[in-house]
Write a protein that binds this ligand. Structure first.
Ligand SMILES: CC(=O)SCCNC(=O)CCNC(=O)[C@H](O)C(C)(C)COP(=O)(O)OP(=O)(O)OC[C@H]1O[C@@H](n2cnc3c(N)ncnc32)[C@H](O)[C@@H]1OP(=O)(O)O
Ligand SMILES: CC(C)C(=O)C(=O)O
Length: 342
């Protein structure tokens, strides 16, 4: 993560277990000189103490602010939560660390109370305000409006967004947050996280860079390898069609697309595979066309006139139609048969 160029690494929840404490400590010792390492913590003194014991430069303190979380989970009143926000942020600040505050379930919190909680956190010394869409219920339009409201009361503090992907909108909502003035985004490699996951680092970085024209520090050409490394470590495969890092993210089979890409990749690619460390893959199938097949055969050392390539193409489509995965080697083999029958 340090080499990739992220600004902050949330290494873990140190108070949750010895393993998590040791892992956070190890990560901090390893890269803490070069990049900010932070730890997540409940607003409980013992948890804060344990988190700081791990050596992290900053602490990410959270407490829920929505009525449903207050009633069923925390069993606290709004006044009690507000008091906890103030005293725990002050407690951490008095210990000399940077504090990020998250009103958990912010997007289902009464707006007035949410802004009140943010003001309270700032008055206690919070350095950053993170707005979590804990159950992923926002859309980009409402996110933009919410973050504008939060920025307006945040007295120049860094405002951050943390979006879950329950409706597949985590990337869109993160970008909307940035457009509204957030300057930090919580993301995870490959979008891993609770339930449907969190905003994916790869998608958010590339959307901000390519669609929003924002400057990003992340070394985008390392995205594919980082994604594969995480996949190997977790044993969780990267979906074939995943944007940016999926193996089909720069894959083309349809003849019209392949023809366009061969003439100029920009016809069907909104970014280059090299930019994200991924690869272009041209596949053969029942949607293939003559331009793509000819190029593939040429790469296999075979030059054929168009009428013969058409025969090979028909055979390729037949094979694909029968459910066979047709490889370039298959096409070359068929081409040789066609040549032999001349
Ligand atoms: C939206 C998010 O992602 S929040 C972060 C989620 N991450 C995690 O939960 C990390 C892993 N968690 C754990 O290892 C454990 O849940 C622990 C160590 C944190 C707590 O474990 P336990 O003491 O066994 O409690 P359990 O998890 O069952 O319940 C949570 C308790 O924390 C309380 N709590 C929840 N959030 C907060 C908070 N932000 N501040 C203070 N207390 C909180 C709950 O009200 C409940 O309290 P209770 O025990 O008095 O009823
Ligand atoms: C702790 C916060 C930021 C969180 O993970 C969430 O609300 O989803």
């Amino acid at each position: 993560m340090r080499d990739l160029g992220v600004d902050v690494i949330e290494a873990g929840f140190p108070s949750s277990s010895t393993a998590e404490f040791e892992a956070t400590k190890k990560i901090n010792n390893l890269v803490g000189k070069d990049v900010e390492v932070t730890g997540l913590s409940r607003m409980v003194k013992e948890d804060i103490d344990r988190t700081l014991e791990s050596g992290v430069e900053s602490i990410h303190l959270f407490i829920a602010t929505s009525d449903i979380h207050l009633k069923y989970k925390l069993k606290m009143t709004r006044e009690q939560v507000e008091d906890r926000i103030y005293t725990m942020i002050k407690y951490a600040k008095d210990r000399g660390v940077t504090v990020e505050f998250s009103p958990e379930d912010a997007t289902r919190t009464d707006r007035e109370f949410l802004l009140h909680a943010v003001r309270t956190a700032i008055s206690a010394g919070a350095d950053r305000i993170n707005i979590p869409d804990t159950v992923g219920v926002m859309d980009p339009f409402r996110m933009r409006e919410l973050i504008s409201d939060v920025v307006a009361v945040s007295k120049g503090r860094i405002v951050s967004v943390h979006c879950h992907n329950d409706f597949g909108l985590a990337t869109a909502n993160s970008v909307a947050g940035v457009v509204a003035g957030a300057s930090q985004v919580h993301v995870t490699v490959n979008g891993i996280g609770e339930r449907a996951g969190n905003a994916s680092l790869e998608e958010v970085v590339m959307a901000l860079k390519k669609l929003g024209g924002f400057e990003v520090n992340v070394k985008t050409w390392m995205l594919y390898d980082t994604s594969r490394m995480l996949s190997e470590m977790t044993g969780m495969p990267v979906p074939f069609f995943k944007p940016i890092v999926g193996d089909n993210a720069f894959g083309h089979e349809a003849g019209i697309h392949v023809h366009g890409v061969l003439e100029n990749p920009e016809t069907y690619e909104p970014m280059t595979p090299e930019e994200v460390g991924n690869f272009r893959r041209i596949a053969l199938g029942k949607h293939s066309g003559i331009h793509g097949l000819k190029t593939m055969l040429r790469e296999g050392g075979i030059e054929l006139p168009d009428d013969k390539v058409r025969i090979v193409l028909e055979r390729v489509k037949e094979m694909a139609g029968e459910g066979k995965r047709v490889t370039p080697q298959d096409a070359v083999k068929v081409a040789k048969e066609v040549m032999g029958s001349r």
